[in-house]
Ligand binder design. Structure first.
Ligand SMILES: Nc1ncnc2c1ncn2[C@@H]1O[C@H](COP(=O)(O)OP(=O)(O)OP(=O)(O)O)[C@@H](O)[C@H]1O
Ligand SMILES: [Mg+2]
Length: 259
């Protein structure tokens, strides 16, 4: 356990740290398309505690990616508030939002989004270098590489890695700044089911053993089962929340598709 201390629970030794990784209230998002307005989110409340793993499920078009973009401070809500690790984002200018995004959030995407001409190590270290934390980043890189099983692939470029290895590199990049929360949009969407499950197991291990906090959007009921809690989005509204231990795959599929 001591070996992983620097990337363990963010609240360690910080008794004043807010126990909530995320508090989002009343989120609305509208997109204008010509003369039409798409009301993508219609009043979403979501709170995620530190050390929680939450899966967001919903049919195509239900607003999952929109929600993740708002939580990731990549877009601003038309209404509502978001606070990350106890810090409110309302009223922050673009520079402050960017700084918060870099320091407090980690992102994992379906398509990995690694930079092709950089090595795995260089990709992982980019967010640390961006916040001027390169030295600590290099120390965390070694530990993360061990946890994620990519020690022997750090000198490889993305095209020299398998899909599962690429996603583990992307996961290391998401975690390199010891974020309050990792946001993952369909992280297993481009992986075969076995490889996808391996990546999810690493995520849930990190949540259980190291205190990572993860919000993951997924279409895949089996992937959602690896989370602790599953919330369901329908037409821009959160319509339910279940403990993943209390449901089976079939129930999740039915709830996701229910009208
Ligand atoms: N930039 C945009 N401009 C206009 N409409 C948008 C934009 N982004 C999303 N939408 C619309 O908002 C709604 C929610 O989209 P969103 O991408 O969040 O759905 P999703 O649940 O992620 O779907 P999927 O499972 O297919 O990825 C959809 O009706 C979509 O067409
Ligand atoms: Mg989407």
């Amino acid at each position: 356990m001591t070996q992983t201390a620097p990337i363990s629970r963010p609240t360690d030794g910080r008794p004043d740290a807010d126990p909530m990784a995320l508090v989002a209230t009343g989120l609305h998002k509208r997109y204008k398309l010509g003369s039409e307005t798409v009301h993508a989110l219609r009043g979403v409340d979501l709170a995620v505690g530190r050390g929680e793993f939450v899966a967001v499920m919903g049919a195509s078009g239900s607003g999952k990616s929109t929600l993740l973009h708002l939580l990731g401070l990549l877009e601003t809500p038309d209404e509502g508030h978001i606070s990350i690790g106890g810090t409110a984002t309302v009223g922050l200018d673009d520079d402050a939002l960017t700084e918060m995004r870099r320091r407090s959030l980690g992102f994992v995407f379906q398509s990995f989004e690694l930079i092709p001409n950089l090595t795995a190590a260089e990709n992982v270290l980019l967010p640390a270098d961006m916040v001027g934390d390169g030295v600590a980043g290099r120390e965390r890189l070694a530990r993360l590489a061990g946890i994620l099983g990519i020690d022997d692939r750090l000198g490889h470029r993305p095209d020299q890695l398998s899909g599962g290895q690429r996603q583990r590199v992307a996961l290391a990049r998401a975690l390199i700044n010891d974020p309050v929360m990792v946001l993952a949009d369909e992280p297993t969407g481009n992986l075969d089911s076995r490889t996808g499950r391996e990546v999810l197991r690493l995520l849930s291990h990190g949540v259980a053993e190291l205190g990572w906090t993860v919000v993951m959007v997924t279409h895949d009921a089996r992937a959602a089962m690896e989370a602790q809690r599953i919330v369901f989005l329908r037409d821009g509204l959160l319509v339910g929340s279940v403990d993943a231990r209390d449901v089976d795959v079939q129930t999740i599929i039915e709830r996701t598709l229910a009208e």
